[in-house]
Design a protein around this ligand. Structure first.
Ligand code: XMP
Length: 435
């Protein structure tokens, strides 16, 4: 690992991750550590060029005042206090805002002039370093990876494939609740184009049978999640000599931003809930990356744009968008209407700006008229939302002509549908998904 690093010591600021991202945006690698890191631990980290102590003005957590260890100042590494009201060094900053550009400007001189850090953090170096590290960790042994087709697992797959080739075994479980063309794209990209060792399991029948007649949303989620692990486990048992499990853990999963300063690394939960006797060591090459960096890494590795910029998709898939007890015909209506929505959003350029958009088909019918006769069919509900962290969300104000076009297409192309509605509810009070 050749890249220089600026260490951020977390003294309870909510903006540690924004600060780390800003420093990385300057081309210098940065990681966040707990405030009480010892001088020994700090010295053991590779290529530390400077330390930024980042805390709120009071640095009081759970009623206790906290501070860094004084020995940190004696290491001969430049130290800067930010978002702090104590002048701990010659550079003192006002409270950080969460404006990346402002933060970049505020720390630039410290990073380059005082710390003399080299701007050598970039995706090419990152990918090369990780390939080297994975090879060192894994050697000639095999890694198993659950390849869902989501951004993180796809990027991990592409990276591991570059590092260890045939010793990577990807398993893609199609639970029958994927969007139109999605499992096919996984097979096309990874098996046909990248020549990955891919086990494709079409478990559609198995999932739909298990879900038959189940209307409760939580119950549906439990069945889908549990069955997923069972299918993956069965495939894992069929394979010989696997020692490692690849995982798409990313930096926000690892760093707890906010005021729990001492809690730096989350315990590694038993991956996906696999049984105890299936013991694997983890390979997590993206654990240092933020989401936007994961995408940049995917592009660097040659993955298609659509895969890398795929909108978030819930684990239970279309299962939570086909409301109530899932039936095959309504599931098909969700899949087809979603495909039309995605096509029209892409044609209007909205796929690059709207955070998440999809359709929902409820389990009730309404009266309509078709070919001069009464119809009794389902409605399709369109949802398009914007959010930063999925905790709250606002509605995309869709262009009327676009809504009309999508409506016309859904009504004429999707079987069993006679009404289209646009859901204008923000979160809260609604959630993004309907179940
Ligand atoms: P809600 O509906 O809670 O959704 O406002 C927030 C975000 O989370 C996604 N979501 C899920 N993702 N498994 C997932 O992996 C799930 O069970 C799940 N439920 C919701 C949802 O799509 C939205 O992006």
């Amino acid at each position: 690992m050749k890249q220089d690093m600026i260490v951020i010591l977390d003294l309870g600021s909510h903006e540690n991750t924004v600060l780390a991202r800003a420093i990385r945006a300057l081309g210098v690698y940065s990681e966040i550590y707990p405030h009480d890191i010892t001088a020994e631990e700090l010295k053991a980290l590779p290529n530390v060029k400077g330390v930024i102590i980042n805390g709120g003005p009071n640095n009081v957590i759970d009623g206790e005042a906290i501070d860094v260890r004084p020995e940190i100042y004696t290491l001969g590494i430049p130290v800067m206090a930010a978002g702090h009201d104590k002048a701990l060094c010659d550079v003192k900053l006002a409270q950080f805002t969460d404006d990346i550009e402002a933060i970049k400007a505020a720390v630039k001189s410290f990073v380059f002039d005082e710390c003399k850090a080299e701007p050598n953090w970039n995706m090419t170096n990152f990918v090369n370093d990780q390939i080297e590290l994975v090879r060192r960790q894994v050697g000639n042994r095999k890694v198993l990876l659950a390849l869902s087709g989501g951004v993180d697992s796809s990027v991990v797959a592409a990276l591991l494939l570059k590092a260890i080739g045939d010793n990577l075994v990807c398993v893609h479980v199609n639970h029958g609740l994927m969007r139109k063309g999605e499992s096919e794209a996984v097979v096309e990209v990874f098996r046909n184009q990248l020549c990955a060792n891919l086990v494709y399991v079409d478990a559609t029948e198995r999932f739909l049978t298990k879900l038959d007649g189940v209307a409760d949303p939580e119950q549906k989620r439990k069945i889908i999640g549990g069955e997923f692990i069972r299918v993956f486990e069965e495939e894992a048992r069929k394979l010989d000599g696997i020692d490692f499990l690849g995982q798409g853990t990313i930096y926000p999963d690892i760093v707890e931003s906010g005021t729990k300063t001492a809690k730096m690394v989350k315990s590694h939960h038993n991956v996906g809930g696999l049984p105890e006797d299936l013991q694997f060591e983890l390979v997590e090459p993206l654990r240092q990356l933020f989401k936007d960096e994961v995408r940049a890494c995917g592009l660097e590795l040659g993955l298609p744009y659509e895969m890398v910029y795929r909108q978030p998709f819930p684990g239970p898939g279309l299962g939570v968008r086909c409301l109530g007890a899932i039936t095959r015909d309504r599931l098909e209506a969700v899949r087809e209407s979603d495909a039309i929505l995605r096509e029209e959003f892409a044609a209007a350029g909205l796929d690059k700006t709207v955070w998440q958009y999809f359709t929902v088909v409820p389990d009730f019918k309404s009266v309509g008229v078709r070919d001069n006769a009464r119809s009794f069919d389902w409605p399709v509900i369109i949802r398009a939302v914007n959010t930063v962290d999925a905790m709250t969300a606002t509605i995309e104000p869709l262009d009327w002509a676009l809504l009309e076009r999508i409506t016309r297409r859904i009504l004429s192309e999707v079987k069993g549908v006679n009404r289209v509605c646009y859901d204008v509810s923000p979160k809260p009070n609604a959630t993004i998904e309907w179940e």
